[in-house]
Design a protein around this ligand. Structure first.
Ligand code: SF4
Length: 61
């Protein structure tokens, strides 16, 4: 059973991330690192959460 505490200062809808709170669209971390993979970012798609960790699900439901 996961028991994560949502950080209501960090909204996130990336349910595939290990740090996501599942039924609540928040991150469970205290802080996250945001960065860009572009030399000159112009739109939000250029920006990434570098704290993302791929969820390893025991049940593949
Ligand atoms: S680490 Fe980043 S991608 Fe993962 S839940 Fe938190 S904010 Fe979302």
């Amino acid at each position: 059973m996961e028991n994560k505490t949502p950080n209501t200062s960090i909204e996130c809808s990336v349910k595939q991330c290990q740090n996501h709170c599942g039924d609540k669209d928040y991150c469970a971390l205290n802080t996250v690192r945001i960065a860009t993979h572009e030399p000159n970012p112009t739109v939000c798609q250029c920006v990434d959460c570098e704290s993302f960790v791929k969820k390893t699900s025991e049940t593949n439901a």
